[in-house]
Write a protein that binds this ligand. Structure first.
Ligand code: AMP
Ligand code: MG
Length: 487
């Protein structure tokens, strides 16, 4: 285990040079203090979790001190926001401090969000508020624990620095970790600004560092695009299966690695609602829960456009065509598991669709339904869950089909079935109201609740003694929280 002083850096992205990023120093926040740290994320850097308690930790991640080997850079990129091309985005409030490499030989980008203004800040103040930093931290670590690919979060550092949003708030910084911070929007930037040399250098950098196995293929860039399509199909299948709504799927928020990236007004579904819009500013519902699937394809086609200098249009088109079938296969596979089914039958899709329709019309809690379905033997579970549905006749018919479907797989040992289902059906999810309670306490200076919630969510499938209240449906006040885009 290492201390902060002994981390080793190898800043490969910074070495690409000034065409890719600008050198900017972090602007410190006042009276920096640890709000929460993730021991699991710290071990990715071989960093001893006890280091989080040191004064140096809050000083570094509050922007006061830096390692001599870091080269803080603000990256330039562009992207399609709500379907419209924005030619100039970039890190407006985050800095890539450098890349740490661990003993396993992995590189991790250290990205400090809320680090002050950069050449890409446009009208923004370069800051992040405490509430959005806590939300990003909790979501990254919770998604990871659910098995959903995501950027990680090392810590949140709070401060006394005032920041103006709708009201006065306090600035915070979140330290994000990822193997790469390259977004779809990076490729779009060099494509649309017509900088072929830099564009080619970016493609080579990403291929060599992050898709090395594709170099063995006859067409390495095509193989890389295919891998990106596959990873995104799988990622979005996981979002849909676990009721995660990202909220701002602009191409500048899409990672080239196919991991969940840039958390804003995200939400996990409480009641199942295919049309749920978690982003209060998304009037058209472009990024509604069910639209995430076609938007994934839209974003991959925007990326394909930016890759046309390297890959033929026909090959790109054909590869993009793999997205939907791959998505559907992953999604159905995950949902079969959530239903406790162990083999595939042709009508499973219909069985699932009918269930979601019934849930939609009755406002059934999405996560708890699957958890409870595994609690008891199928027929008993159905009898218990029945009370949550309005269309009783409809649900009874579904229940009969479901029990028959399970029985066709042969005799079931209920203990085994429960264990199998509970391993894929979380008891604890990051409900908006849980995050809000933790944020309210943190804003008044009490960080216990954020830390407790983080701990509970780091083992979402395991029942934890004394933590029943974290598995409950939202109270009335917590059902329709409006999460604004300002963060
Ligand atoms: P987001 O909606 O968080 O993905 O951000 C979109 C763009 O706005 C990115 O280029 C961000 O860096 C930039 N941005 C967001 N908030 C701020 C802020 N407070 N100050 C400067 N830039 C910001
Ligand atoms: Mg963003």
């Amino acid at each position: 285990m290492k201390t902060l002083e002994t981390l080793t850096f190898d800043n490969r992205f910074a070495r690409l040079g000034d065409g890719f990023s600008a050198h900017v120093l972090p602007e410190p926040i006042d009276n920096p203090r640890l709000v929460v740290a993730s021991p699991a994320a710290m071990t990715l850097l071989d960093l001893d979790p006890a280091q989080a308690e040191t004064a140096l930790f809050a000083e570094i991640f509050g922007g006061h001190k830096l390692w001599a080997e870091t080269e803080p850079r603000a990256m330039v990129y562009s992207g399609h926001q709500f379907g419209h091309y924005n030619p100039q985005l970039g890190d407006g409030r985050g800095l890539l401090l450098g890349e740490v490499y661990n003993e396993a030989g992995e590189h991790w980008d250290l990205h400090l969000k809320g680090a002050g203004q950069t050449p890409f800040s446009r009208m923004g103040d370069g800051r992040a508020v405490l509430r959005s930093s806590i939300r990003e931290f909790l979501a990254s670590e919770a998604l990871h624990a659910l098995g959903i690919p995501t950027t990680r979060a090392l810590c949140v550092i709070g401060s006394d620095t005032p920041v103006w949003r709708e009201k006065q708030e306090r600035a915070a910084m979140v330290l994000r970790l990822a193997p790469s911070h390259v977004r779809f929007g990076h490729f779009e930037y060099f494509y649309y600004t017509k900088k072929p040399e830099l564009h080619a250098a970016l493609a080579e950098h990403v291929l060599n560092l992050h898709f090395a196995e594709c170099r063995e293929q006859p067409e390495p860039y095509l193989a890389m695009y295919r891998e990106i399509v596959e990873r995104n199909a799988e990622l979005i299948a996981k979002w849909q299966a676990y009721g995660f709504c990202h909220g701002v799927m602009n191409t500048d928020n899409m990672s080239i690695l196919g991991i969940t990236f840039d958390f804003g007004p995200f939400a996990f579904l409480d009641d199942f609602d295919a049309n749920f819009i978690c982003n209060h500013s998304d009037d058209q519902g472009r990024y509604s829960f069910s639209n995430q699937v076609p938007i994934g394809q839209w974003n991959l086609s925007a990326l394909a456009q930016a890759l046309t200098p390297f890959i033929s249009v026909d090959a790109l088109r054909e590869t993009l065509g793999l997205y939907l079938p791959l998505y559907q296969a992953h999604y159905l596979d995950l949902m079969r598991r959530r239903l406790g089914l162990t083999c595939a039958e042709e009508d499973d899709q219909k069985l699932l669709e009918r269930l979601l329709q019934l849930m939609q019309n009755s406002g059934v809690d999405y996560s708890l339904f699957f958890r409870r379905l595994g609690d008891q033997a199928p027929d008993q579970a159905i009898a218990t869950l029945r009370d949550d549905f309005v269309d009783l006749k409809g649900f009874d018919a579904w229940g009969e089909q479901y029990v028959a479907r399970v029985n066709r797989e042969g005799p079931v040992d209920q203990d085994q079935r429960r264990a199998r289902m509970h391993a894929v059906n979380p008891l604890y999810v990051l409900r908006n109201y849980l995050a809000q309670k933790a944020i309210d306490a943190a804003e008044s200076g009490d960080y216990d609740e954020v830390r407790r919630l983080h701990t509970v969510l780091s083992k979402p499938f395991e029942e934890q003694p004394g933590m029943d209240s974290y598995a409950e449906r939202p109270p009335e006040w917590g059902k329709h929280l409006e999460i604004s885009c300002s963060s």
